[in-house]
Design a protein. Structure first.
Length: 215
């Protein structure tokens, strides 16, 4: 990680608006506000407040980190749109960081990150000695079969531990701080941030034919 790389990280993929400003290993400012709606209106003012708190301006930002989910479809899109717009306007790279990597940062391996996917399901990714396994969406009742007594972390860690008997690990860093640190350490030329979806969109194309257009 470059010690002089001032990185702004943020996430709106769940019922929160989280942001952090990181320089090296040090968080200059960080905040997470719980909200079910309103992230689109709150995100940019929150980022401006963080910069003012740290005594820096937009031109000082060298890199942007953004949470890519999995999570709420609309919330994830809000953060991604903001990150792409800021990256273009400031002329700096934007790096996407998935929720699993952020939750697992600086925790011992092996472990599993288990997140609430709503509708009675969870999102799971196992971080083993040989690296992370592909994430999956599943019902909690199946966790014991794939995790065994692995340590677990994440928003649904307590639920997972009740199924598996494994210990619960608290995240080492706030979510936005972890996102910013991972983004700062990413190699140059990272791909454009893209959302991580483990569930198909609720919206579906209409089944009835479109109305006829009269001349």
């Amino acid at each position: 990680m470059r010690p002089d790389r001032l990185t702004l990280g943020f996430d709106t993929s769940a019922a929160h608006c989280a942001a952090a400003l990181v320089l090296g290993d040090r968080a200059l400012a960080a905040r997470e506000e719980t909200m079910a709606t309103g992230q689109a209106e709150r995100l940019m003012p929150l980022l401006a407040e963080l910069l003012a708190e740290a005594g820096v301006g937009w031109p000082d930002i060298a890199r942007i980190g953004v949470g890519t989910g999995p999570g709420n479809f609309t919330g994830t899109r809000i953060a991604l749109a903001a990150a792409r717009g800021l990256a273009l306007g400031l002329g700096v790279p934007a790096v996407g960081v998935d929720l699993f990597a952020a939750r697992a940062l600086d925790l011992p391996r092996p472990l599993a990150v288990v997140e609430d996917a709503r509708r009675g399901e969870v999102h799971v990714q196992v971080f083993g000695p040989d690296g992370p396994q592909p994430p999956r969406r599943m019902e909690p009742s199946g966790l014991a079969a794939i995790l065994g007594p692995l340590p677990v972390t994440g928003s649904a860690a307590a639920l997972a531990a009740a199924q598996t008997g494994g210990p619960v690990l608290a995240p080492v860093l706030p979510l936005a701080v972890a996102i910013a640190r991972i983004a700062a350490a990413a190699p140059d030329g990272a791909p454009r941030p893209a959302p991580v979806y483990l569930r198909a969109a609720d919206a579906a194309p209409p089944r009835s034919p479109p109305p006829a257009i009269l001349p």
